[in-house]
Structures are given as structure tokens and as C-alpha cells.
Design a protein around this ligand. Structure first.
Ligand SMILES: NC(=O)c1ccc[n+]([C@@H]2O[C@H](COP(=O)([O-])OP(=O)(O)OC[C@H]3O[C@@H](n4cnc5c(N)ncnc54)[C@H](OP(=O)(O)O)[C@@H]3O)[C@@H](O)[C@H]2O)c1
Ligand SMILES: *[C@@H]1O[C@H](CO)[C@@H](O)[C@H](O)[C@H]1NC(C)=O
Length: 429
């Protein structure tokens, strides 16, 4: 299929370009030919699929041959730059601010590949969002249920930060998300109008279905199915209140259900993605359908949410070795690797130094070997909650059809939000 090839090619071109120039500026990167994407059918085997498989297995072969990795000659080794050493001089110039790497979504509007996530910011939401916009971030990811404080929602704090930043609304890409209790027709409309008011704007760039169902959360009462919610979102796109719509925390089967049963195109899927949890099946489906993939918790904090005491990704010795060789931090390696693989990222932080560092991660230069070593870290450990159970079957007709006929547990329920298995309370994900 042309779309998948285009994506692979764009990612390759992007990578090569990146070696030449610290700031990547390829607006077409990740743009997918969607001639195929508008048709409605259950997946059939076609040439493109074989191409994807070939590419992946070739890649795996290469990965195997590269491990363990060899030390490269880096001499003399430059001083390693620590977080604290990033100062105001590191802030990119106003000219470079325009050069953010974007992808074009199904609506034709552009989405930056690097943005700010605001889930864990709490009372730092206003300060960090304003500072992010000043530094040059142009995508802000929030959700209706994120809170800045007991008195203020994240959306309200972000609305104020945008006003205070002086950055024109038209330059900013705002993502927010909606839970199943607002899937009903009147609930959806009211909720979107509330979000617009809180964010002090008259359109949303992207609205995501936050979770496909309530997952057993006693405080969440669904007012419709996710397919109904999707159709209600699509009506608001028609009215111009929203530009693009997408989904989050969905498995292939759920993404396919929307694809098959509705007509509004899916622009984005946002799922948990990090070096140990690379979500390959959903990413492949997304690429096939011309859907842009965004990875959340890319820096590994998903493992802490999953019950681990420490984030194992930021301290991974292999990632640290790459970081040392490239004279940067593990977080830089992870973010640059993800983006080079066509995954949009939205790291969040309460620290100004990390905010700058993450924005500048695009400047880091990685080699093809580095990237393949990162690819090979997938499944290094397994989640306590069996998120991946359904997605191991690959990309074939059988597994998709099977999934459609027998929808399994959603990520929402597996995450156990609402205070069940994973220990996450209050459904604040
Ligand atoms: N759709 C969903 O259901 C869903 C779920 C989860 C998240 N999200 C979205 O995705 C965004 C990101 O996900 P996340 O917050 O789970 O994870 P994340 O942003 O990948 O990681 C956040 C953690 O990493 C630390 N950190 C950030 N930059 C760092 C750096 N350069 N070096 C070292 N540590 C660094 C932060 O600590 P410090 O504050 O100390 O820097 C924080 O503890 C969220 O804000 C939210 O917008 C969506
Ligand atoms: C990328 O998208 C952002 C947000 O919509 C926008 O502000 C910026 O101008 C775009 N950059 C380019 C080079 O198109």
C-alpha cells in the first residue's frame, strides 16, 4: 500500500535530513496517502501489508545482528551536558520556532510531532504551559478530566496560559479528550462547548475519545457507546467546532470497529508507547489507515502507573549507553527515536530545565544503529496488567475479524482506572 510506503520513506528522509541539520523541518513527514484510507472494509491482505511485514522482519534481522552493540570511536569525548546546564542561550531563536516538525492530518491541518503533555502538571499547569509556548512548543495536550488544582481544571489553566503567552491561537494546536460519560448527543455538545469556554477559543484542533468505555469505574456512567460518541463528535466537526477527531487507549479491534461502522475519518490514535512498550500492532494499523500515531508516557512513566516502584526506561543501561555516546540524556534519545519512527510525543514536566531539554531533543543526532537498538528494546519487560494480550496476533485478516466479532477488554478496563488493579485512583489518566 502506498500510504505505508510513504510513511516509511518520509521517516527515512526525515532521519537523513536530521543528520544534516539539527532542526528538522519536513512538513510532509508522516503525511500519508489516504486514497485507500477513505474506503470502508475489513482488512484484506494486500501488497502493502507484505511490504510492511518485510520491512519489519528485515529490521528485526538487522537488530539481531547489531546486538550487542559496538562502542564507536568518539574522540575526544565532549563534556556531557546535564539538565542544569541548559540555560537561556539554549532557547531556540524565533526563526527556529517556526520550524517545528509537523505532520498533516486528515483535515489538512498540521499537527506538531512534539508537544507538551499536561496530565501530571497539577498546579504547575499554568506556568509550564505559558513557558512552553514561549520556548516554542505549539501543541498542548490536555483532557476534560485533568485538573490543575481543586478549583481549576487543566483546560482553564491552559486557556489562561495561552492568553498570557501572547502566542496567536492560530499557531497553537490544542488537543483535549472526552470520557464515556459524555458520549451522548447532548452531553457531548455541552462538554465541547465547556472545553471551548475553558480554553478561551472557538475551535478544538483535536478531540480524542479518552477511553472507549468506563472500565468498571463506578464514577463513570457511559451515556453511549464509543461508536455513538464518535458519531456525535463527527457532527461537531461538521459544525466547525472541532478540526480533527481521534481515539485513545484503544486496541486494533476498537479502532477497526470505528473504521467499519462509521464514516468520519480517524485522524489520530493516542496510546501508551515507550521503548519497552512499542505498541507495534496499533502503529501498523494506524499507518495502514493513514492515522497519525501519538505515544503518551514515552519517557517510561507508564511502568510506574503499572505498579513498578521506579521508571525502568529512563535508567535503562542500553539507552544510557546511546545517550552517553551521543552526548545527551536518555530522555533525548527516547524522544528523538520516537519522532524519527513517526511517533508524535507529548512529554510533560514540572521542571523548566526538562521542558527546554525535551524541546531541544529534536537536535540530537542518532544513527540508524542507535534507532535499531531502541527498536529492539520492545517487550524487554511485560506489563503486570496484560495490555498486550490481544495485539500479539499480528496484522492478519483472522485476528482483526476475530477481534471485531469478539471485542475483548479495552485498555481502559485493563488500566484499572477508578482504583482497581493498577492502583491508579480517580481515573485521572
Ligand atoms: N490518553 C491518555 O489516556 C493519556 C495517559 C497518560 C498520559 N497522557 C498524555 O501524555 C502526556 C505525557 O505522558 P505522561 O505524563 O504519562 O509521561 P511523560 O510525560 O512521558 O513523563 C512524565 C514524567 O517524566 C519526567 N520527565 C519529563 N521530562 C524529563 C526529562 N527530560 N528527564 C527526566 N525526567 C523527565 C517528569 O518528571 P519532572 O516533572 O520531574 O520532569 C514526569 O515524572 C501527559 O501529560 C498527557 O497529556 C495521555
Ligand atoms: C506547525 O504547526 C503549528 C501548530 O499548528 C503551527 O503553529 C506552525 O506554524 C506549523 N509549522 C509549520 C512549519 O507549518
Amino acid at each position: 500500500m502506498l500510504g505505508a510506503k510513504t510513511l516509511l520513506l518520509s521517516v527515512f528522509v526525515m532521519y537523513v535530513y536530521c543528520e544534516e541539520d539539527p532542526i528538522i523541518n519536513d512538513n510532509s513527514a508522516g503525511t500519508l496517502d489516504d486514497s485507500d484510507s477513505n474506503s470502508r472494509y475489513v482488512i484484506t491482505m494486500d501488497k502493502g501489508e507484505e511490504n510492511i511485514d518485510e520491512t519489519i522482519s528485515d529490521q528485526n534481522k538487522k537488530e539481531e545482528s547489531k546486538i550487542p552493540m559496538e562502542e564507536e570511536q568518539v574522540s575526544p569525548k565532549p563534556e556531557r551536558k546535564d539538565v542544569e546546564e541548559y540555560d537561556d542561550d539554549e532557547v531556540v531563536s524565533p526563526v527556529k520556532r517556526q520550524e517545528q516538525l509537523n505532520v498533516t492530518l486528515k483535515s489538512g491541518h498540521k499537527m506538531p510531532l512534539l508537544g507538551l503533555g499536561t496530565y501530571r502538571l497539577g498546579t504547575a499547569t499554568y506556568r509550564i504551559t505559558k513557558e512552553a509556548l514561549e520556548i516554542g512548543y505549539r501543541l498542548i495536550d490536555t483532557a476534560k478530566i485533568y485538573e490543575a488544582s481543586r478549583k481549576e481544571t487543566s483546560e482553564q489553566a491552559i486557556g489562561k496560559a495561552i492568553q498570557a503567552s501572547g502566542v496567536p491561537r492560530s499557531e497553537i494546536f490544542i488537543t483535549t479528550k472526552i470520557m464515556p460519560d459524555l458520549f451522548g448527543k447532548t452531553e457531548m455538545r455541552k462538554a465541547v462547548q465547556n472545553s471551548l469556554r475553558a480554553l478561551q477559543t472557538d475551535y478544538l484542533d483535536l478531540l480524542l475519545i479518552h477511553y472507549p468505555d468506563c472500565g468498571g469505574d463506578p464514577y463513570c456512567k457511559a451515556t453511549g457507546t464509543f461508536v455513538e460518541g464518535w458519531n456525535h463528535m463527527a457532527e461537531l466537526v461538521e459544525e466547525g467546532l472541532i478540526r480533527d477527531i481521534g481515539v485513545s487507549n484503544m486496541f486494533m479491534e476498537e479502532v477497526e470497529k470505528i473504521w467499519v461502522e462509521t464514516t468520519a475519518p480517524i485522524s489520530v490514535v493516542q496510546n501508551w508507547f515507550d521503548p519497552y512498550y512499542q505498541d507495534r500492532s496499533v502503529r501498523m494499523l494506524a499507518s495502514k489507515r493513514g492515522i497519525m500515531y501519538t505515544g503518551y508516557s514515552a519517557l517510561g512513566v507508564g511502568w510506574v502507573d503499572d505498579g513498578m516502584k521506579k521508571n525502568p526506561v529512563l535508567t535503562d543501561s542500553t539507552i544510557k549507553q546511546i545517550a552517553d555516546r551521543r552526548n545527551c540524556a536518555p530522555s533525548d534519545v527516547i524522544l528523538k527515536w520516537a519522532i524519527t519512527r513517526g511517533v508524535a510525543v507529548i512529554p510533560g514536566t514540572t521542571k523548566s530545565a526538562h521542558l527546554r531539554m525535551n524541546f531541544n531533543s529534536l537536535k540530537v543526532k542518532l544513527t540508524e544503529d542507535d534507532l535499531m537498538i531502541m527498536d529492539s528494546l520492545d517487550n524487554k519487560i511485560k506489563p503486570l496488567n496484560d495490555y498486550g494480550k490481544q495485539v500479539s496476533g499480528g496484522f492478519g485478516f483472522g485476528s482483526i475479524l476475530g477481534g471485531l466479532l469478539n471485542l475483548g477488554k479495552s485498555v481502559g478496563s485493563l488500566f484499572g482506572f477508578g482504583g482497581s488493579s493498577s492502583g491508579i485512583t480517580g481515573g485521572e489518566l
